[in-house]
Design a protein around this ligand. Structure first.
Ligand code: DMJ
Length: 456
């Protein structure tokens, strides 16, 4: 049976099984504890594989059992991304091992060009949350050193950062960027400002995000790529996934973390436009389509794993009704393909990118929806996804991404966000709420928890 037929046939079953808002039988304490244990053991397995085959590298290659570095030198992506997950899961030995590895080896004084966005969300976010959890000043010192080395990236004619910066020389490269890589610094740089007293960090991060915001179209949408030298849009397709996603996320979260009302207002304006022009019902769920930022006319009805995050941010912002509708789409996407593909046409069911790189967004949305509604249906959805991943992606050395969801062929990579995000949300979905109190912390886009500064 092909995927289009399966997509259509699953609709009635899905409607009966998953109706957000309709109370489902809650999980017992024993079931929740067992689910948490499953995730903890997955963390141990992934970490053991990393230590055995990729010790000190950025990431593990879980099939060839080798290490992988993004650049000439390792920046300890996996241990740094994983530390706060281990901490929250109570994996004390693993947390200590990860922290020791980072403190002994992480050094930013290197003649190396890095991608600003990834270094910020994974390393800066990881260092700041690790510092807040452990109170180890050496972690803060690393974060402050890194912050100073990233700043030259913002020296462009518009204030929007270049995509790459050399950590030693400050040399920048690549002016064609996108809203996510321009606007995803508010949380980390705001924290740097709070810790150092240097208002410059938050100022450059906010200017960058608002340079995107002020170039929104008359209908309040932004495009996918923009030139930071000229401020001109290069690709005017508006969507909520890759290359835009965390720009929206950080506008709302800067309000939550710092009480920044201008960021809240910008989020509200964008969110209204997104709901008006992008949100599309294709039963049994709702999806975000892609449109021209000027006309709001559909360009491509494509949706995928990254887009799934928006249900979570909507739930966090209190709109659990819209979030619930989107989560119906998210879960339908997952259960049609088992697991979800990176991208598919939500009108025809045709898969346009069949990979599944261990992404967290769908489970992340289950987590926020569950926390905000207490409807165990979201735990049930998350459980299905988690169990799928743990079963289909496990290798002898860790967990591998899926090259093709139709054949379940694996590829030799385990991104650090699998430990930072996917397993963290998987655990928190079933853990006691006081493991992580959403009134006290905000997750950065790599799921590093940052403590709320309460001056709203
Ligand atoms: C993560 O690095 C972050 O969540 C980012 O914002 C986008 N996607 C990956 C995980 O899918």
């Amino acid at each position: 049976m092909n995927y289009r037929t399966r997509f259509a046939l699953l609709i009635p079953i899905f409607l009966v099984l998953s109706i957000p808002g309709k109370p489902q039988k809650p999980f017992t304490g024993k079931q929740k504890a067992a689910q948490c244990e499953l995730v903890k053991s997955a963390c141990r397995h992934a970490w053991n594989g990393y230590k055995q085959y990729a010790y000190g590298c950025d990431a593990l290659k879980p099939i060839s059992k080798k290490g992988h570095n993004w650049y000439g030198k390792s920046f300890l992506m996996t241990p740094l991304d994983a530390y706060d997950t281990f901490f929250l899961l109570g994996l004390k030995t693993q947390a200590e091992e990860a922290k020791t590895m980072v403190i002994a080896n992480l050094n930013f004084n290197v003649d190396q060009e890095v991608q600003l966005f990834e270094i910020n969300i994974r390393l800066m976010g990881g260092l700041l949350s690790a510092y807040e959890l452990s109170h180890d000043e050496r972690l803060l010192a690393l974060a402050v050193d890194l912050g100073a080395r990233l700043l030259p990236a913002f020296n462009s004619p518009t204030g929007m950062p270049y995509r790459f910066v050399n950590l030693k020389t400050g040399k920048t490269r690549d002016s064609v960027s996108n809203p996510a890589e321009i606007g995803t610094y508010l949380l980390e740089f705001g924290k740097l400002t709070a810790f150092t007293g240097d208002s410059g960090y938050y100022r450059v991060a906010k200017k960058a995000a608002f340079e995107v915001y002020k170039r929104r179209s008359d209908i309040d949408l932004v495009g996918t790529t923009i030139d930071v030298n000229t401020g001109e849009w290069k690709n005017r397709e508006s969507q909520i996934g890759a290359r835009i996603d965390s720009y929206y996320e950080y506008l709302y979260k800067a309000w939550l973390l710092f009480g920044d009302k201008e960021c809240l207002q910008a989020w509200q304006i964008h969110n209204r436009a997104i709901k008006k022009f992008l949100l599309t019902e294709v039963p049994p769920g709702w999806y975000f389509t892609r449109v021209d930022m000027r006309s709001g006319k559909e360009t491509h009805p494509l949706y995928g794993a990254l887009d799934a995050f928006y249900a979570g941010i909507l739930a966090l912002s209190g709109d659990t009704v819209t979030a619930g509708k989107i989560q119906m789409g998210n879960y339908h996407m997952w259960t049609t393909f088992n697991p979800e593909p990176e991208e598919f046409n939500f009108r025809t069911g045709e898969v346009t990118d069949a990979s599944y790189p261990l992404r967290p967004e769908n489970i992340e949305s289950c987590f926020y929806l569950y926390r905000k509604t207490k409807n165990p249906e979201y735990q049930r959805m998350g459980q299905h996804m988690i169990n799928d991943i743990l079963m289909k992606c496990r290798t002898e050395a860790g967990y591998a991404e899926i090259k093709n969801v139709k054949t379940l062929e694996l590829s030799d990579s385990m991104e650090s966000f699998f430990l930072a995000e996917t397993l963290k949300y998987a655990y928190l979905l079933f853990a006691p709420e006081n493991t992580l109190d959403l009134s006290k912390v905000v997750f950065n886009t790599e799921a590093h928890p940052l403590r709320i500064i309460n001056d709203k």
